[in-house]
Design a protein around this ligand. Structure first.
Ligand SMILES: [Zn+2]
Length: 308
C-alpha cells in the first residue's frame, strides 16, 4: 500500500494554491496593524505579579514619558496605529472623525478620534541584562504617576528618571473583570503604580552606557507603526472619495460610517490593547484644532516639572 493511499486522507501536503496565498508579502499585507512596528520590544507585564522597572530618561526631552496619540479598534480587524498628530502632522482619520461629529454622528466620531497614551523606555529590574523595552502607559496611568511624583506640600518633583538619584517604578497587571461587548477577554490594566521611596542610581556605568546606546540606535518614536494617511483610511474602512462624490446627502452617505460603528467594539487579542482603553482619555474635543500641539504640550509639561 502506498503512503498516499494509507495516509492521504489524514494529511494535506502543500498545494500550489496555498503556496501562492502564503507569500510573505501577502501575509504582511493582511496582518492586522498594531500600534508598534514589527520587532519593537514592548514590555509584557506578568499577570498579578509586582513588576519593578526603571524609566530611562529621554535623549531629546526632559519629561518622563513620551506622550502619543493612537487610533484603536479601527476597521474590521480592530487594528491600532499611531496618530500622525503625535508628530504634529495632519491626520485624515481624526479629520474624518471631526466631519462625522459635525454631521451629528458623535458616537462614531469618538470611535475614530485618536486617544492619548504615553510610551517610555524602561529597564526591567528582573532582567537588567536585557535591552531596554517600551512600556506603554494609558493617559490615566500617566496622570497617576504625575500625582505620585509630586510632593503635595512643597510641589517638588521626584526626579524619577535621574541617572544618579532616580526612583524605580512598581506596578501590577491586574484583570479588571470588565469585558467589552463581543469580546471574551476581560480588560487588564496596570494597578498599584508607585515609585520606590529610595533614590537609586540607574545602573552601573557599563549598563547605562549600553542602554543609552540602545536608545540612540532605536529612537522610541521609530518603534511605532507609522502608516500613511491612505493606509490608515483603508484600515479604518473610510472611503473619503466615495463620501465626497456622493452629493445626494441621502442614505448612502449615512450608511458607510453607521455600518462601521455597529461592529463589535473590540477584541483584546493584542497585549497593547488589553488595557482599559475606555479609561484612557476624555474624548477628543469636537474641534479639529483641539487642544495644544504636541510641542506646546511638552513645553507646558516641562514648565510644570521645572528643572533642578
Ligand atoms: Zn489621528
Amino acid at each position: 500500500m502506498s503512503l498516499a493511499s494509507k495516509f492521504g486522507n489524514r494529511v494535506r501536503p502543500i498545494s500550489k494554491e496555498s503556496y501562492n496565498n502564503n507569500k510573505q508579502e501577502n501575509r504582511r499585507a493582511q496582518r492586522k496593524s498594531n500600534l508598534f512596528k514589527e520587532g519593537a520590544v514592548v514590555f509584557k507585564p506578568r499577570p498579578d505579579t509586582q513588576e519593578q522597572v526603571r524609566m530611562l530618561p529621554f535623549l531629546d526631552h526632559d519629561y518622563f514619558v513620551r506622550p502619543i496619540k493612537a487610533h484603536y479598534e479601527m476597521g474590521a480587524d480592530k487594528s491600532s496605529f499611531p496618530c500622525p498628530k503625535t508628530k504634529g502632522e495632519p491626520c485624515d482619520v481624526c479629520d474624518y472623525g471631526s466631519k462625522m461629529w459635525a454631521e451629528g454622528k458623535q458616537d462614531f466620531a469618538k470611535k475614530l478620534w485618536s486617544k492619548d497614551a504615553a510610551i517610555v523606555y524602561i529597564v526591567d529590574r528582573a532582567h537588567e541584562d536585557h535591552n531596554p523595552c517600551i512600556l506603554k502607559l494609558s493617559f490615566t496611568n500617566e496622570k497617576t504617576l504625575r500625582e505620585r511624583m509630586e510632593n503635595k506640600k512643597t510641589h517638588e518633583i521626584m526626579p524619577v528618571n535621574d541617572l544618579e538619584i532616580g526612583h524605580d517604578l512598581f506596578f501590577t497587571l491586574t484583570d479588571t473583570g470588565k469585558k467589552l461587548p463581543g469580546n471574551s477577554n476581560s480588560l487588564k490594566e496596570l494597578s498599584g503604580l508607585d515609585f520606590d521611596r529610595d533614590a537609586t542610581p540607574l545602573g552601573t556605568e557599563k549598563q547605562v552606557g549600553k542602554w543609552i546606546d540602545f536608545m540612540e540606535e532605536n529612537p522610541i518614536l521609530d518603534q511605532l507603526n507609522w502608516l500613511s494617511n491612505s493606509e490608515m483610511l483603508k484600515i479604518a474602512g473610510i472611503d473619503i472619495d466615495d463620501d465626497e462624490d456622493d452629493d445626494s446627502e441621502q442614505s448612502d452617505d449615512d450608511d458607510a460610517p453607521e455600518r462601521e460603528a455597529e461592529e463589535a467594539p473590540t477584541s483584546t487579542n493584542e497585549d497593547e490593547e488589553s488595557e482599559a482603553e475606555e479609561d484612557k482619555a476624555p474624548p477628543a474635543s469636537s474641534k479639529k484644532s483641539e487642544g495644544l500641539s504636541q510641542a506646546e504640550r511638552l513645553a507646558a509639561l516641562r514648565n510644570r516639572i521645572g528643572r533642578k
